[in-house]
Design a protein around this ligand. Sequence first.
Ligand SMILES: Nc1ncnc2c1ncn2[C@@H]1O[C@H](COP(=O)(O)OP(=O)(O)OP(=O)(O)O)[C@@H](O)[C@H]1O
Ligand SMILES: [Mg+2]
Length: 487
Amino acid sequence: MTAAAAKTALATPTAGAVPLRTAPLQTLRFRLILSVALVHVVLMGIFAAAAVREQADRIEQELLNRGHALISMTAVASTNALLTEDLGALAEIIQKVERQPDVAFCEISDSRGYILGTTTPDRLGKRRPPRVSHSDRFPLASGDPTLDLREDIRIAGQVVGTVTLGLSTYRMDSAMHKTWRDGIFFILLALVVGSFAAWALSLATTRKLRGMVEATAKIGKGDLDVQLPITSRDEIGMLAIAFNNMVASLRHASEEALREHRQRTQAERLACVGEMSASIAHEIRNPLSAVINSVNLLSGDALHGDERSQVISILNSESHRLNRILSDFLDFAKIRESQPARGNLAALIEEVAGMLRQDLPQEKNIRVAVACPPGARLAVFDHDHMRQVVWNLVLNAVQAMGDGGLLSLRTARRGDKIVVTVADTGCGIKPDFIKEMTKPFVTGRRDGTGLGLAIVQRILIQHRSQLSVSSELGIGSEISFELDSGG
Ligand SMILES: Nc1ncnc2c1ncn2[C@@H]1O[C@H](COP(=O)(O)OP(=O)(O)OP(=O)(O)O)[C@@H](O)[C@H]1O
Ligand SMILES: [Mg+2]
């Protein structure tokens, strides 16, 4: 078919539903747990950092106070020993200071800077360095493990000696590490407890939401009797109440729509009966007049020989035509409900093609080709009804081709559907006739009753399908429809 070809779908297709599935990392539960965990980590981190800082300040201050007290006491205790240069007494004082916690070293030097008492014996008698360290307050210089304090010993404003004291920060550092460890432990504990609490909370909430999703899915399938239990007075409870109210309104609207639909259908049916009766009356009027005329002519003595045989032949053919119109109409009127089941569509198409090949008169040069590829052989259909559908379509195609051409019957897979196509190289169909031709008694042929496509249409509606027509005048037509593949 070219782009100019007329293509018309004879009914509106139904839209596909989106499956109800959540991505694991996008669930409400996951997000809730993640946010609670993050908030916990950040808050506990800030809290732990503040606690460690406070603890550090306290320990530092305590060490500093202790250092100042100790150095002052040492200075007072060593004044006399310094004046008398009593090295034994100074050694005793040094030993006492050394026994104090955190003392790393202690030195007592005279006014000239010579060390007279020290915790490091090989420095005895040597000059003390001008300044051991500058770490006499916190924070200590980096890499310095001791807090170094120095105090001059004075008598009447005169410097008679100096005490230098080094306090180790080892105990303080370990205490701070312990505080950090405790902090991290509490952060992890809070993380676990918080995540568990968030999980439990989200479980309760998402369970209710899941109930709503399931209820909504049921509504989508047409069940309007769903009701959600009201188990709480929170926002979810309010949502459930609003949901139930909405379902009640929907139910009411649907009952109204059904009532209106029934009334409309009844009215349409009556209109249809009227239209059909008019069509039947119109269809049978011509052959009936011919029958009446023929009977009148035959009942007199006016006709003899060939004339009489000719009128009898007209009478015969017109009564047959009448009979065909009525039996086609009966077929149309009494189409039963389709009972679709999964079956071998390819076999059915082959069967129809076989019947057609047998029926085709020798003089007609029509080739019948069938193509049903694997994967497009099974479908869901009512066997007898579908044979009627395909048969009507191929008959129309053959009638459109006249003396010769190619008739092809194809199936193809399109997603979860099987597309059946009957294509011919016949006369084609006028674009504005395409929408009309499925109506009962609409025919483009002199001897047609116009019920073939009306029957096809009714059967396809029962299969939730529709005809799609693509045609080009003088080139040919393609008529197709879809069936569920059923797997
Ligand atoms: N493949 C086709 N090519 C050309 N015209 C077609 C084709 N199929 C249908 N038509 C047109 O649509 C009309 C209606 O077809 P339909 O089968 O309903 O009735 P019919 O064939 O005229 O009579 P019958 O009741 O015997 O089938 C046909 O008369 C014909 O004009
Ligand atoms: Mg037909």
